[in-house]
Design a protein around this ligand. Structure first.
Ligand code: BEZ
Length: 240
C-alpha cells in the first residue's frame, strides 16, 4: 500500500490525539450531543455488533454493573450499535427481565445507547470493518478525555468479549499519567512503580543516574522509575 492509499484508508478513522468527531444522536436516554455534552468528563464510547446477541448481552451487563465504578473515576459510558431505538429498548428490557450472567441479574442499563440505523456515526468512527462484517459494528472502544480528545482506541472482533478490568485499568493509567506527568509500564496497576519521563523535566540524566533526584531510581539513562503509592494515585484521580 502506498502512503497516500494508507492515509485514505485511515482518514475516516479518528486516531489517538484527534478531537472526537462531533455528532448529535438519539439514544435510550434521549438526544445527546457528542462530545459536547461530556466535556469535563472522561468517556468510554463503545460500539457493539447487534442487540439480542449473547456476547453483547454479557458486555452490557458488565458495563452496567461497573457503571458506578467508572463514574468514581469521572468516566461516563456511551454505547452504540446500528440497531434502532425500539430494538435497543426491547433488548435492554429483556436483559433486565430474563438474563443472568455470572453473579449479575436484574441488570438495568441506564447509560445511553445510541441508535445508528444509517451507520453514519459508526462509519465516522471507523467502527464498520467490512472484512469482519459490513452490516455490523465491531467492538470498538474510544476513550475520550475531558477536553474531547481521543486518548485510546481499542478494537475487538465480533466473537471476542471485551476485558473490563483492562478498560478500567486504561482509565486509571491515563488519568495517572496526566496527573503525575509520568508513563505507566507493562501491566501497570495503581501502586506499581511508574516510568519517569525523559531527563530535563525531572533532573538531568546524570543527576538521576547519580541518585540525586528524590525517589527516582535509574537502571540506565533511559529507564528510570519512581514509586507512587496506590493511595496517592487514588486520591489524585478519584479524590478519596
Ligand atoms: C454476540 O454478541 O454474541 C455476537 C454478535 C455478532 C456476531 C457474533 C456474536
Amino acid at each position: 500500500m502506498t502512503t497516500s492509499e494508507l492515509s485514505a484508508a485511515v482518514a475516516g478513522m479518528p486516531r489517538i490525539g484527534d478531537p472526537a468527531p462531533s455528532f448529535t444522536a438519539e439514544t435510550t436516554q434521549g438526544r445527546i450531543n457528542f462530545p459536547a455534552d461530556y466535556l469535563g468528563k472522561w468517556v468510554i464510547f463503545f460500539s457493539h455488533p447487534a442487540d439480542f446477541t449473547p456476547v453483547c448481552t454479557s458486555e452490557f451487563m458488565t458495563f452496567a454493573t461497573m457503571q458506578e465504578e467508572f463514574a468514581a473515576y469521572h468516566t461516563q459510558l456511551v454505547g452504540l450499535s446500528v440497531d434502532g431505538l425500539y430494538s435497543h429498548i426491547a433488548w435492554l428490557r429483556t436483559i433486565k427481565d430474563k438474563i443472568s450472567f455470572r453473579d449479575m441479574k436484574d441488570v438495568e442499563v441506564t447509560f445511553p445507547l445510541i441508535e445508528d440505523v444509517s451507520m453514519k456515526i459508526a462509519e465516522m468512527y471507523g467502527m464498520i470493518m467490512p472484512g469482519e462484517d459490513s452490516t455490523k459494528a465491531v467492538r470498538a472502544v474510544f476513550v475520550v478525555d475531558p477536553k474531547g480528545t481521543i486518548r485510546a482506541v481499542i478494537y475487538y472482533p465480533l466473537s471476542l468479549g471485551r476485558n473490563f478490568d483492562e478498560l478500567l485499568r486504561v482509565i486509571k493509567a491515563l488519568q495517572t499519567a496526566d496527573h503525575f506527568s509520568v508513563a505507566t509500564p507493562a501491566d501497570w496497576r495503581p501502586g506499581d512503580r511508574v516510568i519517569v519521563p525523559p531527563a530535563g523535566s525531572c533532573g538531568s540524566a546524570k543527576e538521576r543516574m547519580d541518585g540525586h533526584v528524590d525517589g527516582v531510581e535509574c537502571q540506565d539513562w533511559f529507564f528510570c522509575t519512581k514509586e507512587i503509592t496506590e493511595q496517592e494515585v487514588e486520591s489524585a484521580i478519584r479524590g478519596v
